[in-house]
Design a protein around this ligand. Sequence first.
Ligand code: SAM
Length: 240
Amino acid sequence: MSSLRKRHALQLFDGLPDRYDRVGAVMSFGQDPRWRHALVEFIGPREGSSILDVATGTGMVAFALAARGAEVVGLDQSEAMLARARARLRRTPELADRLSFVLGEAEALPYEDGTFDALTFTYLLRYVDEPATTVRELARVVKPGGRIAMVEFGVPADRALRALWRIHTRAGLPLLGRAISRDWYDVGRFLGPSIEFFHAAEPDLPGLWRAAGIGQAQQRNLSFGAGILVTGVRNGTATG
Ligand SMILES: C[S@@+](CC[C@H](N)C(=O)[O-])C[C@H]1O[C@@H](n2cnc3c(N)ncnc32)[C@H](O)[C@@H]1O
């Protein structure tokens, strides 16, 4: 029996794929491409390295990693989002031999321990019931010594900026959403409270990562804290 949070996440992303890439960028103040870029730079994809991108959505991170030569699997629990990613892959045949998309859940990955050289996930943890358990599961499928990185929305620490951020998330985003569709209106209303609730519940993401077996865990604030990049390395000795 799936939880309310899980059902909400599944329903939420059913109606979004069509305009997801463009509207998503606006919702992050246009900063989200920079945040993804910082994540890809940390991972440093190489020819032939295998990378799992969890909660891949329409595959934006997965495409960026594959474009740099890596062999990438994008995994998501939403068929609708994956359909969009696969449609884009059909229009990008040069990546077809090193990029694939699979239906699956972050909480129970269909892979053996240490399958991938690296792992990425963006905007996932607000949608799972148990972030600590989920991060442990994500780390499990990475080879010892492999890099792990996530991007998430943050809340600016500076008081004045935080006040502006609240206006943007509480008034601007719902208005923007309403101008697009009923589904985006729901996202616009949901996003701000969801971000604040998540960070209040999980104030120490690097600590959570360390407890999940990920070393060198660090958090970097991006765009005055409106975005965060968390990076680390799977504990254990690299074997290859
Ligand atoms: C906000 S979108 C982000 C998509 C993509 N990572 C990006 O940066 O554009 C969140 C994605 O997480 C997926 N998702 C949420 N919970 C998940 C879970 N437990 N397992 C797998 N995917 C999940 C949703 O289906 C959705 O595609």
